[in-house]
Design a protein around this ligand. Structure first.
Ligand code: NAD
Length: 260
């Protein structure tokens, strides 16, 4: 398996899991568009990864809930490299509240970033993949695509929804050689998780240590966080796997937090 010369778009890739996936792809010779809200942050990550790996990454400004920005950003990548082989719809946020306190605008914002973002980016990439007769669309799910936790009604709803979207893309895309799969990580120490530790401690009335050791890692087999590199390795597998044999699937990478 190889991603050499493949054109990949990774959303939310200026930092965190997305940046690690981009690094993994670039290290294998892929050409990667780092798509994120802020162009200068995206370009900074692209420059950093290029200097580490002698790569060809570019930064692209893309708010994944903005239809025009998504269509324009994907077109810019196609104009630059002539094709798009891999989409990783990774951009995401987390917001925690008890359901009865969940502000409607925060609910809608979270669902839009995860679900509208996955839909819009997939829709923008698919015509190019159909024309090429191949492509891989990877949606960033979570253990919360399979399991629920208190305070996370919006996130759990969105992450469950992505499983359905990936399965439809797998069915519609098969005749064009387009595969679609979902990665389901456990807790990974990125800014998204760092932010939740004090928030959950406050809302649940427990210490930050308890949030980490009981709420986040309590059900793992070894009390360890999943790493960005672990997730990137699965993203590599889904991107580089050569046939429709691996499609419509979801893979949990969580130190055994959730087993199925
Ligand atoms: P992060 O907060 O470190 O990075 C998220 C990135 O997405 C940021 O660069 C941010 O600017 C970008 N982003 C946010 N809204 C955007 C938008 N509207 N358009 C474009 N970019 C946007 O988060 P992370 O932990 O790296 O999470 C990445 C993905 O992995 C998310 O979908 C998240 O739900 C998922 N995930 C994370 C964990 C975890 O424990 N960290 C676990 C499972 C799944």
């Amino acid at each position: 398996m190889t991603l050499k010369d493949k054109v990949c778009i990774v959303t939310g890739a200026a930092r965190g899991i997305g940046a690690s996936i981009a690094a993994r792809y670039i290290a294998d010779g892929a050409r990667v568009a780092i798509a994120d809200l802020d162009l200068s942050a995206a370009q900074e990550t692209a420059d950093r990864l290029n200097s580490l790996h002698a790569g060809e990454a570019i930064g692209v400004a893309m708010n994944v809930v903005d239809e025009l920005a998504v269509d324009t950003g994907v077109q810019a990548v196609v104009d630059h490299w002539g094709r798009v082989d891999v989409l990783v719809s990774n951009a995401g946020i987390q917001t925690v509240h008890k359901l009865q306190d969940f502000p409607f605008d925060e609910w809608k914002k979270l669902l839009a970033i995860h679900l509208d973002g996955a839909f819009l980016t997939s829709r923008a990439c698919m015509p190019h993949m159909i024309a090429q007769g191949s492509g891989s669309i990877i949606l960033m799910g979570s253990v919360h695509s399979k399991e629920a936790s208190p305070l996370k009604s919006a996130y759990v709803t969105a992450k469950h929804g992505l499983l359905g979207l990936a399965r439809v893309i797998a069915k519609e895309g098969a005749e064009h050689g387009i595969r679609s799969n979902v990665i389901c990580p456990g807790f990974v120490k990125t800014p998204l998780v760092e932010k939740q530790i004090p928030e959950q401690a406050r809302t649940l009335g427990i210490s930050e240590d308890e949030v980490v050791n009981r709420v986040m890692l309590g059900n793992t087999v070894d009390q360890e966080f999943t790493t960005v590199e672990d997730v990137a390795e699965i993203a590599y597998l889904f991107a580089a796997f050569p046939t429709n044999a691996l499609t419509g699937q979801s893979l949990i990478v969580s130190h055994g937090w959730f087993m199925e």
